[in-house]
Design a protein around this ligand. Structure first.
Ligand code: GLA
Length: 377
């Protein structure tokens, strides 16, 4: 945040906030079906140094892009009017005003170490950190779930991505040392201890460094397919279809919707199985659930790709207890649960497999459950 004063006329910020990226342990493409998710916040976070302005200008600077300051008139913000990384902070300011809060401009310097395009919610982290800063500086008083809803609305309405609520809830509501068990229907939540080190385990993250172009359009199509299936079944959402009713329901649906429904129903069940194991302190039992989740995303939901499939297969073959893609898919990252002493072997095996396949070397790191959005200073 040393850059704030140099890019914002020598003045000091009013404060600095942080909001993390996330990995999702299990519960993928369930959030827009009113289902269950189990994300973990990462130590990698977006940090924002912020000072309010009174002249209606939003002056945005990113430590990562190397570009100059982006200057926007708050009164001129409309969905679709801002490109690049600046659309995320702008989206939050627009959404606060659309929600009736009398907020204006600010000087904002963003410094994020959440890898971008890696399926680790770098954009949600920026939205959430700006929302947290405005909430504090204007004394708005939104609670954490309301902040996440606001950040999701920013992504849906200003950025134009029809995402669910998982990423923003993870960035705002996760706590150190825990996974967040979230019911996305009513935002009921429970912090579930995830003492990986205590269990002799590690959670390896493999950022494949690929993001296939399909990502945005396909996400919207998948979401629409799920909503159509729920409507055809006469249900409020696919969350309302119990595993026991799955086969009969599939018979009533057009062929192309069946795999989507099967994924969502079995994935919600996998989240509940995972929670049952975690509540018994059996973290290693998550392994096969992760791998089964990947098979469902690959074969039924069809959001994996050769790179994520290779990372998962290689990790499991090299001794991981289980592995799967995490996030929206079409590239991005894979998580692998390993014993502490096989972590390096698994990471090395994946890197070698990528080189052998002619792919760029992946980035690997271990995930340590970190806290959600907070004020640093
Ligand atoms: C993206 C979206 C989330 C969620 C995941 C898939 O990360 O932003 O809302 O739908 O994909 O689980």
């Amino acid at each position: 945040m040393t850059g704030f004063q140099s890019v914002h006329d020598g003045a000091a910020p009013a404060g600095v906030w942080a909001a993390p990226g996330r990995v999702n342990l299990i519960g993928e493409h369930t959030d827009y079906n009113d289902g269950f998710v189990l994300p973990v916040a990462l130590p990698q976070a977006a940090r924002a140094a912020v000072r309010l302005r009174t002249d209606g200008l939003l002056r945005l600077h990113s430590e990562q892009t190397g570009g100059g300051t982006v200057e926007l008139r708050v009164a001129d913000l409309v969905p679709g009017s801002v490109d690049g990384w600046a659309k995320y902070p702008a989206a939050v300011v627009w959404t606060l005003r659309a929600a009736g809060y009398r907020v204006g401009g600010a000087d904002i310097d963003i410094d994020s170490d959440v890898p971008t395009g890696a399926g680790l919610s770098s954009s949600a982290a920026i939205e959430c950190v700006v929302a947290a800063a405005y909430n504090d500086l204007h004394g708005i008083g939104l609670d954490r779930p309301a902040l996440a809803r606001l950040a999701q609305r920013a992504e849906n309405e200003f950025v134009g991505v029809p995402c669910g609520i998982m990423d923003q809830m993870a960035s705002v509501c996760c706590t150190e040392g825990n996974a967040l068990f979230l019911d996305t229907r009513d935002l009921a939540q429970r912090q579930v201890p995830l003492d990986l080190a205590g269990a002799g385990l590690r959670l390896l993250v493999v950022d494949t460094r690929v993001k296939h172009d399909l990502a945005d359009g396909a996400y919207a199509e998948l979401r629409a397919g799920c909503e159509r299936a729920a409507a055809l079944l006469g249900l409020p959402a696919l969350r309302d279809l119990a595993p026991a009713g799955l086969d009969a329901a599939l018979d009533r649906l057009p062929t192309e919707l069946r795999p989507l429904v099967r994924h969502v129903v079995t994935e919600n069940a996998r989240v509940q199985q995972a929670i049952a194991h975690l509540d018994l302190g059996d973290l290693a039992a998550l392994g096969p659930i992760l791998t089964a989740g990947h098979a469902s995303l690959r074969d039924d939901y069809r959001v994996s790709c050769p790179e994520t499939d290779l990372a998962v297969e290689t990790a499991v073959a090299a001794g991981a207890l289980g592995a799967r893609m995490t996030g929206g898919g079409f590239g991005g990252s894979v998580i692998a649960l390993t014993a502490a002493d096989t972590l390096d072997t698994v990471a090395a095996a994946v890197t070698t497999a990528f080189t052998d396949a002619g792919y760029a070397a992946p980035r690997t790191f271990t995930a340590i459950p970190a806290p959600g959005a907070h004020r640093i200073s």
